[in-house]
Design a protein around this ligand. Sequence first.
Ligand code: ADP
Length: 492
Amino acid sequence: MQKALGVLTLSGQKVWHYLPYLFVVAVLYFSYRFSYLFFHTAVEIITFGVSFSLFILIWNIRKIIRNNFLIFLGIIFFSVGIINFFHLLSYKGMPIFSMYADSLSSQLWIAERFLLAASLPFALHFINRKLDQLAALLTFIAITALVLSSIFLWNIFPATYIVGKGLTLFKIISEYVIVAIFVIDTCLLYRERSSFNERTYRLLTLSLILNIAAELLFTLYTDLYAFSNVVAHIIIFFSYLFVYKAIVEIGLTDPYNLFFREIREADHKKDEIMSITSHELKNPVTSIKLYSELMLTELEKRKQNEKISHIARQIHAQTHKVTRIINDLSDVAKITTGQMVVNKSQVDLPLVLMDIVENVQLRNPTRKIILKISKVPSVFCDRERIAQVVENLISNAIKYSKANTPVNIRLEEKKGYATISIKDRGVGIAKKDLRKIFDKYYRLNTDKAVKGLGLGLYISKEIVDLHQGRIWVESAPDKGSTFSFSLPASGS
Ligand code: ADP
């Protein structure tokens, strides 16, 4: 059934979705039975309201939609809306412009339809082109003023209806010309269909087809109050409804899709740059670190110049820091591209911890670092990566606490998991920040002198996750923090 309807189907919609439309048709039909003028006024007020609200909506979001087709369409609807407004007020039976000729309302109608049909190719032309929005709006305001003046002031717009004779040749030919332009519009829209999502394209096509149908019906009528006119107005009502749906859909969903796409692309580009930069820096910095180490050993062996030895020690310490930053950036690039892997083997965790603590103690000779180990079965994990997590948590514990406070490290086994915890008595973390502490680049407003990129915990969490483990923190401001992570013990 839906296939048979072809372009008229809105994919995936069940029949009962069309019930509201039938209801609208019924209401419009009964309003016509009540009074033709009431029916016509109601339809035109609604279409005028749709045109105007579309323009207001699009104009106000023009900076975020950046879709020039839509902006141009909004401007067209602004002009069409104004002419439509005069058409509505000048309809036979409305007492406002009764001093004008009988054809006034149909002249306005022809002008409005012609403007709509003839402007659509321009809107399509601007799909992927730059548009001076203000110039376009001013042009359409000028066109509208010219059209209205030619009808109301200069009286040069050809007559469309003569009492007793019916429609003029100009009116009939105009309707056919308008039909032809709408057909061309439909073809042009088809050519540009790849610029729209399928649903929007269908709604716009449907609206154009309805416009063509309505115009053909208008060529038939003999009287302004004829029944074919009623059907044509109902069809026009739906053509507006579908354009409205299409535009609101593009207007509301496009900006979000565009934003997300741009954010994703920018994020991807940033990761790419970070990956290339850290890769390019890694080799030279590793060499500098190695040579500074060699230089230091040589200098210390010869014990010739303490000042130069001191400088060499500084160079070595600073290159160590740079290496850590580069490694962090390279890890983040790996994580975001899904290239972070762990090479697991049987690891003696107590040994790893003792090694790390010894090294940290060497670098921080005055700091009290206490390691407590309960018996723990060996763990199947990536030795380097787990050491990286522990080093990072210990370095944070040192960084975010006073020099005279101890750092306690504990390794124990709980419910088949080897759990390592690092406890400090430092600044602690407020409850509201605990949730975000493992996010990428997340740093708290701590002392500005404490440097960092906000990557250590993010990388640590990724490493623990790759081991099917868990990492967490218990903390309170000014009381200190305990960061813990657990890894499944071998065999469990
Ligand atoms: P960095 O230390 O480079 O800023 P991390 O990812 O290691 O990055 O830590 C993120 C943030 O978590 C830090 O900026 C800090 O505010 C907070 N934080 C981490 N460890 C501790 C800790 N032991 N005590 C208090 N705050 C901490």
